[in-house]
Design a binder for this molecule. Structure first.
Ligand SMILES: [Zn+2]
Ligand SMILES: [Zn+2]
Length: 371
């Protein structure tokens, strides 16, 4: 267990420098000693309790064109050198000028902050679509928002912060960001009581989606994965049944269960191109296909299925808008077996091992780092 400090010691014991994992380039991440940031006006200094390693951290480490840019016109998103990390739970340490008491926070509180810090001024922010904010300052990628793979970090003035409730294991708070993304995914699916819902992929995100879909109580909630242990966890998160496509024909099985029609909702959360075509086969006419994954390569599918064949609604998902409160409540209510979903708590020094575990993906669910 992490040793939680009391408010007085927290505020007095702020050192001059701290450990941080700084990204300088693909495969060039360095553990460095850097100055502890000072909170400016409206800002909050927090001490990181646990930081998550996301699939996108693995892709960034590997030099994904989506993040680093490419010759065929994709711009560079990341602004190195930058302290990595957008998943975290932390403890409030110090307020900048005028920030005292913001978001109902006091020194010593356990806190999360949405991964994106919206500008509040762009077209999307003005439309209320703040998670699509054009400058797109996400912790761990942009200079304005250094990340959580460090002993301390600052929540900027425009950050969206959430105090965790008393009684919730603060370390479970590291799962609020991914679970928020899962909640947003299920919100996009607009579930109805009579729906047969298929969630493809039971990594930590997919498990969160199963738990979120369970709260909506559709007629039938089916989880798909290639790993039996993950399917067991999906059942504990609320799946009515599970299918392992390695062992049985998942498309045939879902059609059989639905009188030959197919599922009403298919959520793709595997990141494997095969799961896209599987979903297009498995879904009924007028079904809702929800795409969550980020793929390593372009996916090839018969586009006509969407229009002429099935008249599908295809919905994409990005980040976790308006979902943190629900995610926090789900964890506090014990709706997920958190101690089995957070499979690893590594010391910050072992960040490269953590990244490799996430890239490999076979022996871990949520991998976290302890600064
Ligand atoms: Zn993430
Ligand atoms: Zn904006």
């Amino acid at each position: 267990m992490n040793i939680q400090s009391n408010p007085e010691t927290l505020a007095q014991a702020i050192p001059e420098t701290m450990k941080a994992v700084v990204c300088h380039g693909p495969r060039d991440y360095r553990l460095e000693q850097v100055p502890v940031p000072k909170p400016g006006p409206g800002e909050v200094l927090v001490k990181v309790i646990l930081a998550g390693v996301c699939a996108s951290d693995g892709k960034c480490y590997d030099g994904a064109p989506k993040i680093w840019g490419s010759n065929d016109g994709q711009g560079r998103y990341i602004e190195p050198p930058i302290t990595v990390g957008h998943e975290f739970v932390a403890q409030v340490v110090q307020f900048g000028e005028g920030a005292e008491g913001r978001d109902g926070l006091k020194v010593g509180d356990h806190v999360c902050s949405e991964q994106i810090v919206p500008c509040g001024e762009c077209l999307y922010c003005k439309e209320g679509l703040y998670w699509l904010c054009e400058p797109h300052d996400i912790y761990g990628f942009h200079q304005r928002t250094p990340g959580s793979w460090a002993e301390y970090m600052v929540f900027p003035r425009k950050a969206l912060n959430y105090k965790l409730p008393e009684g919730m294991d603060p370390e479970h708070g590291v799962f609020v960001e991914p679970l928020g993304c899962a909640v947003h995914t299920i919100n996009r699916a607009e579930l109805r009581f009579n729906d047969t819902v298929v969630i493809a992929g039971c990594g930590s995100l997919g498990l969160g989606m199963v738990a979120a879909a369970r709260m909506k109580n559709p007629k039938r909630l089916i989880a798909l994965d290639l790993h039996p242990a993950r399917l067991d966890l999906a059942k504990r998160c609320g799946a009515d049944m599970t299918i392992n496509p390695r062992e049985e024909d998942a498309v045939a099985k879902v059609k059989e269960l639905t009188g030959g029609y197919g599922c009403d909702v298919y959520v793709e959360a595997t990141g494997a191109p095969r799961a896209v075509t599987q979903g297009l086969d498995m879904i009924r006419k007028r079904g809702r296909f929800i795409e969550f994954s980020v793929f390593r390569e372009a996916v090839t599918a018969d586009w006509s299925i969407i229009g002429d064949t099935k008249e599908l609604d295809i919905k994409g998902v990005h980040l976790s808008p308006y979902a943190y409160e629900t995610a926090i409540r789900m964890i506090a209510e014990g709706r997920l077996p958190m101690d089995e979903i957070i499979t690893h708590k590594l010391p910050l020094e072992e960040f490269e091992l953590g990244i490799q575990m996430v890239i490999d993906g076979s022996s871990s669910l949520k991998v976290t780092l302890r600064p």
